[in-house]
Each structure stands twice: as C-alpha cells, then as structure tokens.
Design a protein around this ligand. Structure first.
Ligand code: AMP
Length: 218
C-alpha cells in the first residue's frame, strides 16, 4: 500500500500514520521527523533546514525532494509506505509522481485529514516533546505523568520552536497557500479520501481503516 497523508500541521496525521504503519506492516516516511533528525545531528542538510523550520516556513523543494527520493530508493520501502507531511507543494507532488513512475509504481490513496483552525491552534500550542526520546505530550489533552518532565525518560520537556504562536500562524498560512492546492491536485487524480480529524485518535483511526478498505469513489 502506498499512501500519502495530507492535512494542515496538527491534524494528527503523524499519529495516524504510526498506527497504520504497524497494522499494514509498511513504513512511515515523515519529512518533518527526517529534517528534525538532521537538525539534531547538525548535518549540512540540518543546518540549511533549521532556519526555515524555526520560522514555520517550508524547507526548499529541492532539499525535501532529494530526501524522499533517497528514502524511496531503499528496499525497506518496496512493500509500501505512508508519506506523512510530503508532498507539501505542487512541485513536490509532481516530483513524487515522477519518482514513482520511474519505478513503475503508483500511489494507492491520499487521505486528507480535516480539523478546524481553532482546534489546530489549541493542539499545536499545547504540544510538548522530549528532546531525548522524542515522546510527545499535550499540556491539556495528554499531559506527562511527571509534570514538566518526560514520563518515559525523565528529561525536561520542551516546546518545539515551530509550535510558538508566531510560527504556528506562519505554518497555517503556508499550508493554505502552498499545501491546500494539493487537495484539488489529488482529487483530479481520483486518489483522495477526506477524513474528519477532529474526533478521538481511536475514532479517526477506525474511520481511516474503513476508508482504506472501501473502493475509491472520488
Ligand atoms: P512537520 O513535523 O511535518 O509539521 O514538519 C515540520 C517542519 O519541517 C515544517 O514546518 C517545514 O519547515 C519542514 N518540512 C517538513 N516536511 C516538509 C516538506 N514536505 N516540504 C518542505 N518543508 C517541510
């Protein structure tokens, strides 16, 4: 199964991709996670990406396309994958189509997760993460049992620099301007299914499984 999970930041696509990856025995490719890892390791790619990410802007297409192209060449992904947070622009979607075409592969489905803007802001601004083990929490909806420390490894939790209010505003604007056009792009290719992402994690997941089992009708 080759899937793309589409949606604004904070709609929960990463959480859903983690669950689906286990059930369908395919791997998740999150460009956000790959870029954050590069930033932590201070690689040349990470150094180039950091400033864009901190401001909530997109990293240049050429950088992320190169990253995904390299991943998809790895035999680990031959049985399928879930792309989480890629593509985010029309040129990225076109590049993905080309990479898959070169391997005579096709996307099976694009899932568009929908959540209202006010709910997204609430989700992102309360998000905290562990800089050591990468566990994530939410101050209101999923607090750590250890307060401001990670419940798993005891490290002090931090707020992602791009979850600060100014960066959240920029990320939502960038989503509207550059990523939302992909809804139309994939609708025209008859690959798109819409899901309400505002329900609980388990309900969204149940609906996702149903959507993946249903024939494409768009
Ligand atoms: P995410 O964790 O998916 O919200 O990504 C965090 C940040 O990484 C984004 O705000 C961008 O700066 C960068 N990023 C992730 N994926 C992409 C992409 N496909 N294209 C450009 N920038 C990206």
């Amino acid at each position: 199964m080759r899937l793309v999970f589409l949606g604004a930041p904070g709609v929960g696509k990463g959480t859903q991709a983690d669950k689906a990856a286990v059930q369908y025995r395919i791997r998740k490719i999150s460009t956000g996670d790959l870029l954050r890892e590069a930033v932590r390791n201070q690689t040349p790619l990470g150094l180039e990406a950091k400033e864009h990410m901190d401001q909530g802007r997109l990293v240049p297409d050429s950088v992320v396309i190169g990253l995904v192209r390299e991943k998809l060449a790895d035999p680990l992904y031959v049985n399928g994958f879930i792309l989480d947070g890629f593509p985010r622009t029309v040129p990225q979607a076109e590049a993905l189509a080309k990479v898959l075409d070169e391997r005579s592969l096709q996307l099976d489905r694009v899932i568009n997760f929908m959540v209202s803007r006010s709910e997204i802001v609430k989700r992102l601004s309360g998000r905290r993460s562990c800089p050591k083990c990468q566990a994530t929490y939410h101050v209101e909806f999923a607090p750590s049992k250890s307060g401001s420390l990670c419940g798993r490894c005891g490290e002090t939790l931090v707020q992602r620099s791009d979850d600060r209010p100014e960066a959240i505003e920029t990320r939502l604007r960038v989503y509207e301007e550059q990523t939302a056009p992909l809804i139309d792009f994939y609708e025209k290719k008859r690959l798109l299914s819409h899901l309400n992402g505002a329900e609980t994690v388990d309900t969204v997941y149940r609906n996702l499984v149903k959507a993946l089992a249903a024939p494409q009708t768009a």
